[in-house]
Design a protein around this ligand. Structure first.
Ligand SMILES: CC(C)(COP(=O)(O)OP(=O)(O)OC[C@H]1O[C@@H](n2cnc3c(N)ncnc32)[C@H](O)[C@@H]1OP(=O)(O)O)[C@@H](O)C(=O)NCCC(=O)NCCS
Length: 245
């Protein structure tokens, strides 16, 4: 398939199509990360050049993805805490006129009917290229493993070590990165935090939570903690930091 990258902001005529494709298939709670919400508007304004679409010959969207620039010294200890923290660091660095050197690929998504054909790798390569053009010499990503929701009780630090018969990661999305030569660095334990009232969480999960405690919610990478006394529900999701070559 012949696909060409375009900057998302350059094609407002495709934003409705993008919204339909990219908001489908996610559990509702994923849209309620308050830390990310605080920064996303500025991310779009500051880093429009790092947000891309892949289009087919008929201007139909095949994939999309975006990233943010951070400063990183290459050590595990200096990595952002995860997805949320990468957005925060990128915005704060930019507002302080600091110099970024590392592209954090924050999200990549392939149109559902085109998944399983290797398009994600193409999307990641175009995002890495956009980073290179912006002077970002390293590429990292807090990967949200596709299969982890089926193992919500397993710590991410264990899950990320699981391999299939071929020795590659068991998780399909980690496998895509692995095939591209990326290496896993560590678990990002607090990558995304989704917090709301108990009523909000009941609505997002489509489940009543009659007592305080830990609940398994479809699509969540870890159990959701419900605290009825303080009227808080919280899901802390770990991701996996990978570094591309
Ligand atoms: C994760 C995602 C980007 C991967 O894109 P992709 O182009 O399908 O990736 P690949 O073609 O490299 O496929 C990777 C593996 O997943 C498998 N796979 C992909 N889509 C699949 C599907 N719908 N059902 C079952 N397996 C699937 C592929 O067979 C492949 O497995 P293999 O390693 O055994 O060959 C894509 O599935 C997606 O958009 N998912 C929803 C959004 C998301 O989770 N994004 C990541 C977090 S931001």
């Amino acid at each position: 398939m012949d696909l060409r990258p375009v900057v998302f902001a350059d094609r407002p005529d495709l934003h409705e199509q993008a919204n339909t494709i990219f908001s489908a298939g996610w559990p509702e709670f994923i849209f309620h990360d308050r830390i990310a919400d605080r920064y996303l508007e500025r991310v779009q304004a500051f880093f429009a050049h790092l947000s891309l679409l892949l289009l087919d010959a008929d201007d139909q969207i095949a994939a999309g993805g975006w990233g943010v620039p951070v400063g990183w010294d290459g050590t595990i200890g200096d990595l952002p805490g995860g997805y949320d923290d990468a957005l925060r660091q990128a915005v704060e660095l930019r507002e302080a006129n600091g110099r970024a050197d590392t592209m954090v690929i924050a999200a990549a998504q392939v149109r559902p009917d085109l998944q399983g054909q290797g398009l994600a790798a193409l999307m990641l390569l175009h995002l890495a290229d956009a980073g290179t053009r912006a002077g970002l010499t390293r590429v990292i990503a807090p990967v949200r493993p596709a299969l982890k929701a089926r193992y919500p009780l397993t710590p991410m630090a264990r899950f990320m070590t699981w391999t299939g018969p071929d020795g590659a990661p068991l998780d399909p999305w980690l496998r895509t990165h692995h095939r591209m030569g990326a290496r896993m660095l560590c678990a990002a334990e607090r990558s995304m935090v989704m917090q709301g009232s108990v009523a909000e969480w009941e609505e997002w999960a489509g489940l009543p939570f009659p007592e305080s405690g830990r609940y398994i919610v479809p699509g969540a990478l870890a159990p959701v903690m419900i605290d009825r006394e303080h009227d808080v529900g919280e899901l802390v999701e770990a991701n996996v930091w990978v570094q591309h070559r």
